[in-house]
Design a protein around this ligand. Sequence first.
Ligand SMILES: O=C(O)CCC(=O)C(=O)O
Ligand SMILES: [Fe+2]
Length: 387
Amino acid sequence: MMMSVDSSVDRRDESQSTGNGNGNGVVTATNRTTYLSQRLRLNRNEAHQPENYDDLELEFNPALYGKMEQYLPPNLLTATRFHKLEYMKVVLDRYLTDHDRVRIQKHKEYRQYIISSYQPLHKEIYVMHPATFFVPSFIKAITENTEESLRSIISEPSPGVYTFEMLQPHFCELLLSEVESFEKWVQEAKFKIMRPNTMNKYGAVLDDFGLETMLDNLMNDFIRPISRVFFPEVGGTSLDSHHGFVVEYGKDRDYELGFHVDDSEVTLNVCLGKQFSGGELFFRGVRCDKHVNTDTQAEEVFDYSHVPGNGVLHRGRHRHGARPTTSGHRTNLLLWCRSSIFRESRKYQKDFPSWCGECLLEKKERQRQFVEATKKELLKREGEAMA
Ligand SMILES: O=C(O)CCC(=O)C(=O)O
Ligand SMILES: [Fe+2]
């Protein structure tokens, strides 16, 4: 049976996409010309041990520079870290437009202003501390890091939607009170705050007021091990950047969230509380760009009621929305996890994505037609042979 969706699916983007860090470091015109005459190697030099770039504020994720080093022209492999970096900056520079560069610089200044003026209330949540953040079962499963240990704490109430107990109540309280304190500062300072994305009037970007490193640890050490097992086909193994924020619903906050897909490969959504009714997440199947507005199959319909402290993990391309929060207040922590390798490789893939429900239906239909045609052809040949 086919069911149709109420309206078309929005792509939920960040209000201002931020890129990663800034563009410091100057590449001179002479170097630029020299560098551009040397090409990256086609094959990776696996024997080469790359430098670590984590300590630098770079335009792209530091891990990218480490990976890229193995493709450097042979004569650059023994160059200093500074020179290798200069070369890579010239190559990567071609990926950014002037508009991107201005936007990244403005966003950097926006963050610097907040960090220099806002005094954190609970310093202890700015550094990852698993024993006080997470419930013991979650830590145990991640530490064992096997499919079996993860499956022992994770339920899959509908295909592709994974739920588990995750945050300690005390940590939820601290994070809620930190967000409140940040919002109080925003009001008092009459600061023009950027909301998490295009579909919210309320909420805050946690990365903007100092929580980026802690959330990066959350993605690398906790969410990637889970995604590696459950979402390998959408880059779950290579998640390398994130957008971390809270959404807020209730009186004087947002009311509901329309039907959309996230700008992420894998989304973590954890309810922080407090008391509320309504606010269910509704899921309606995973779709690629081409099929994002196609009908929902009956088996793809799934509604989930948030439980404070519990995490939900789903593909960003899993169409979903949130029903009205009809009383009380609901605040959720969202971590949109992305994989640059997955995004880059998708551009060159011609075959259909295995994770899109509609592509799978189309493939099944083609197979059915093929079997049908083959059967007909065989019968025809048999008939001819008998005649
Ligand atoms: O309100 C919710 O729980 C859903 C939030 C969501 O889907 C999002 O922020 O992308
Ligand atoms: Fe979403």
